[in-house]
Design a protein around this ligand. Structure first.
Ligand code: C2O
Ligand code: CU
Ligand code: CU
Length: 425
């Protein structure tokens, strides 16, 4: 049997002064004084031991977004580490868990602030028999930054709470419009680590070769013109010549924000320099996903929002099945290892990305204005977007017992209550 290892690291969350603007100091909160936090890499079968040291003035947790870790190791809001405290997260990565993940705080109420001040990091799980393992990799984590004129990071305002926070800049690996060099064929992993910014990614005049989603490789490569990555989603691309210059763009995307907002515009994320002609030669089949299992139970999750007078400071309430998040309430129950059919409904007039903890799911189809469309390809996902009044049917199997959160991954909406809990028995 293949060798496994223990992957150990310490992640310290702390405020520190970073030079985001040359010659000026900005106080950010980050893991190990890095934005993004350190990349953690492990193989399927490995055991991961992360010591978390909380040097923030707020309680915090580390949540392993998308990864099949036991519920008591997943940084639930109920398991917050107090300021000055620490704990050990320990989990073993099962076969089939290879994918492109990330980690970020998940304390009750303070998740948006902790993420927009800089706390988030990358996690890659590899399969030893990955058919693309010979390719050089490029990692692009796209995050959002807002700075005041004094280069400090401002608090959320009313519009941020309503629409989710976007910054002036979308940064690629912490940099503004970096130049990415592509020589031989590369494998890109791309993270949308923004709190609320949608990324309609395109490389104008070139095609995208999509080979992976949140939870690892697709069965077959898909050639697309553009790819929407909602907050929290990830993708893998194969990037190859011809030689020449190109741009990685986030094209304008209308997610039906509320109130008076500036019109959406195309935004350049990075320049790409292809230094040679290269051609991607990919195996016909990248992976074989396990066969679809017939569901034994059904669940329905409805996202909605209402204007509220007493909703207090923010004027909006964001709800799941008619209720705001309560960390003491169990909203749904499931059984470990049983496949369920969940219908996710966006009963509101703005886009919301659905996300659930602890496992990957498969989208069967989506319905908009009475028209149902089957998923164009099979994929393992943990986050996907729902347009206004769109619904989706997903197949989901939880792998561990315990309490799991599901929520909108616009972090302000999650923070304001668009989150529920499923108890897996
Ligand atoms: Cu990426 Cu509940 O989170
Ligand atoms: Cu998550
Ligand atoms: Cu939302």
């Amino acid at each position: 049997s293949p060798k496994t290892a223990v992957v150990a690291a310490t992640l310290t969350a702390e405020p520190f002064e970073a030079e985001l603007v040359p010659g000026k100091k900005t106080v950010v909160w980050a893991y190990n004084r890095n934005i993004p936090g350190p990349l953690i890499e492990a193989f399927e079968g490995d055991t991961v031991e992360i010591r978390f040291v909380n040097k923030l003035a707020q309680a915090s947790t580390i949540h392993w977004h998308g990864m099949p870790v036991p519920a008591d190791q997943d940084g639930n809001p109920q398991d917050a580490v107090p300021p000055g405290g620490e704990r050990l997260y320990r989990f073993t990565l099962p076969a089939g868990s290879a994918g492109t993940y990330w980690y970020h705080p998940h304390p009750h109420g303070d998740t948006p602030e902790q993420v927009y001040r800089g706390l988030a990091g990358l996690f890659i799980v590899r399969a030893k028999d990955d058919v693309l393992r010979h390719l050089a990799e490029q990692h692009l984590v796209i995050s959002d930054l807002r700075l005041d004129s004094d280069v400090s990071i401002p608090d959320n305002d009313r519009n941020d709470w309503m629409n989710g926070r976007e910054g002036q800049f979308a940064l690629v690996n912490g940099q503004r419009e970096p130049v990415i060099t592509v020589g031989a064929v590369q494998r890109w992993r791309i993270w949308n680590a923004c709190s609320a910014r949608y990324l309609r990614l395109a490389v104008p005049s070139r095609k995208i070769i999509l080979v992976g989603s949140d939870g690892g490789l697709l069965e077959r490569a898909q050639i697309v013109d553009e790819l929407l990555l909602a907050p929290g989603e990830r993708a893998e691309w194969i990037v190859a010549g011809p030689e020449g210059d190109a741009s990685l763009m986030a094209l304008a995307y209308d997610r039906s924000k509320m109130g008076k907002v500036a019109p959406e515009r195309d935004m350049k994320l990075a320049s790409i320099k292809f230094t040679q002609d290269s051609v991607a030669k990919l195996p016909e089949r990248l992976r074989t996903l396990p066969p679809k299992i017939k569901p034994v139970a059904k669940k329905r999750v409805v996202f909605s929002e209402i204007m509220s007078m007493e909703g207090g400071q923010h004027g909006m309430q964001f709800l799941v099945n008619g209720k705001g998040y309560d960390m003491k309430r169990v909203d749904l129950t499931s059984r470990v290892g049983e496949t369920e059919l969940w219908e996710i409904v966006n009963d509101s007039h703005m886009d919301h990305p659905f996300h659930i903890h602890g496992t990957q799911f498969e989208i069967l189809d989506t319905t908009l204005k009475g028209k149902t469309i089957s998923a164009p390809w099979r994929a393992h996902k943990d986050t996907f977007n729902l347009k206004p009044y769109q619904s989706a049917r997903i197949l989901i199997t939880q792998k561990h017992r315990g309490l799991r959160m599901f929520h909108c991954h616009i972090l302000e909406h999650e923070g304001l209550g668009m989150m529920g809990q499923v108890l897996v028995k």
